[in-house]
Write a protein that binds this ligand. Structure first.
Ligand code: AMP
Length: 491
């Protein structure tokens, strides 16, 4: 195979660092539907269930008679789609996407699915994850005259696919995917197939299900539940599945040279608790983290209070293990969008104030264990601890069901730059003092790793350990193509 790109590794690293300063991290959810008469409607419902994975833009594309139809807009799924615009998305297959991106990447032109007409026919793609060598590939291709219509990483895959000399669209996609580094869970619709793929590390989830006589792939099983699909299995890391005329073929085009590195933060924060990831229920795991936290950081207190909704499940585990009663002593206004998710800092502050309110009657004179799943900048907890004290709490002991977040994610979770993280370069005591709690206990990295053993498989915990599976400061070869192993599966 011809080597299309030959990028200087030093330049690649420099461009990535520059890119990370602007930190365009996309958090996303994807869905693909094949062989269903109501493909767009099914995709819409699945996106509804995946809304927590991105609240900034959403889109659905279908293909009929060799032509794309696509509807994308900024906003929530419920606001973007209606009967009229869904009716304009005919076809038996569809791909859909929900997205959140940090400032700079937050524009309609970056909303997915991306549609393109290649000399191999039309394609539409939806991608979850971040491509770490996207800036370098982009610069290289632009230098050769390519015109990019978005600033999103994912377009790099479409550009590589369009330029590939391979014969079929699935070979072209695989050709493109072997040139990118980083995280991808992808659904790609072509004129006659739906192709779904996970990167060899398997950073982001992707599940496969059956719906009537058709197939559906979605980021999380909660989407399959909503549409009444039967969960078949999760895609394995490095697996490419081609669904064509009701038949499903599995390809394993990447050398097995890397270990699975599923994002542990999907279990801890990002995925919905009713989802199963790799066969393990998210809710159950979060509760277990709360139990471990209670054993690692016990405290004399009267109430265990969760930060709604992120700390709910771990707080239940903490309460059960410690025997301290669980009370929802802070109520959350569900009509305010996730504070973290608003790109402008000024809105973020406002969001925390309008989002939570303390239940004063429960708190007067009480010693409180406040449980959350993570601390990022510390903004939320500074305000919540203050709010509990103002409502009469005698003591506030903060317990976090994750180790300290000390590094950014390069593979698809939105975390700010290292310098913005409250735990960066600070001791637990210093963080506790800034937040204004009486004590602070983080889950230990050892405790987290031990608990993850029960989930089986390898994990990425780089944001807590600083151990990045795809080194971002050293040269790293992308996985190479091997001969296809094809496994036929009956419809
Ligand atoms: P902060 O106020 O910056 O410390 O943010 C902490 C809150 O953000 C916690 O309640 C977390 O559940 C939540 N959080 C952690 N990571 C993310 C993320 N990637 N996107 C949105 N919210 C997050």
């Amino acid at each position: 195979m011809s080597r299309l790109l030959d990028i200087d590794p030093a330049l690649e690293r420099e461009l990535l660092r520059e890119h990370q300063r602007d930190h365009f991290q996309d958090e996303c959810g994807v869905v693909g539907v094949a062989g269903h008469p109501e493909a767009a409607n099914i995709a819409y419902l699945a996106l509804y269930a995946l809304q927590h994975r991105g609240q900034e833009s959403a889109g659905i594309a279908t293909l009929e008679g060799g032509e794309h139809r696509v509807h994308r807009a900024m906003g929530l799924v419920a606001d973007i789609f209606n009967e009229a615009n869904l009716a304009k998305l005919p076809g038996r297959s569809a791909v859909g996407h929900v997205r959140y991106s940090t400032a700079g990447g937050s524009q309609l032109r970056n909303a997915q699915p991306f549609c393109a007409t290649t000399d191999g026919g039309p394609v539409a793609i939806a991608h979850n994850g971040n491509i770490t060598n996207a800036p370098a590939i982009r610069q290289e291709l632009e230098g050769r005259g390519a015109i990019f219509s978005t600033t999103a990483d994912s377009e790099v895959i479409v550009q590589l696919l369009a330029r590939s000399r391979e014969r079929t669209q699935e070979e072209r996609l695989i050709d493109a995917l072997t040139r990118v580094k980083g995280a991808f869970s992808i659904v790609l619709m072509t004129a006659d197939s739906l192709i779904v793929a996970r990167d060899p590390y398997g950073f982001r989830p992707l599940s496969l299900g059956r719906i009537d006589r058709g197939w559906v792939a979605a980021s999380e099983t909660c989407a399959l539940d909503l549409i009444g699909a039967d969960h078949e299995r999760d895609l394995e890391p490095g697996e490419v599945v081609v669904i064509k005329r009701g038949r499903v073929r599995t390809l394993r085009p990447f050398h097995k040279q890397v270990h699975e590195r599923f994002c542990i933060f999907e279990y801890m924060y990002f995925a919905r608790p009713d989802s199963n990831l790799n066969g393990h229920n998210v809710y159950t795991y979060r509760k277990e983290l709360g139990r471990i936290l209670a054993r690692e950081h016990p405290v004399r207190a009267d109430l265990v209070v969760p930060v709604l909704d992120s700390g709910n499940t771990a707080a239940l585990g903490y309460a059960e293990e410690s025997g301290i009663p669980y009370e929802q002593a802070m109520i959350r206004n569900h009509y305010v969008r996730r504070t973290f998710i608003e790109p402008a800092q000024s809105i973020r502050h406002f969001g925390v104030k309008v989002k939570h309110n303390a239940v004063k009657g429960l708190l007067n004179g009480k010693r409180v264990v406040l449980v959350d799943d993570s601390i990022v900048r510390g903004t939320t907890l500074i305000k919540l601890v203050n709010m509990l004290r103002s409502a009469g709490a005698a003591e506030v002991h903060l317990r976090i069901s994750a180790p300290a977040t000390i590094g950014p994610c390069h593979y698809g979770i939105d975390t700010p730059t290292r310098e913005e993280l409250i735990a960066h370069g600070r001791t637990v005591e210093e963080i506790c003092e800034i937040i204004g709690a009486d004590s602070l206990g983080y889950l230990s990295l050892e405790g987290l790793r031990k608990s993850a053993e029960a989930l089986k498989g390898g994990f990425c915990d780089a944001c807590f350990s600083d151990e990045y599976p795809i080194p971002i400061d050293t040269e790293d070869q992308p996985p190479q193509l091997s001969l296809f192993q094809e496994i036929e599966q009956e419809p």
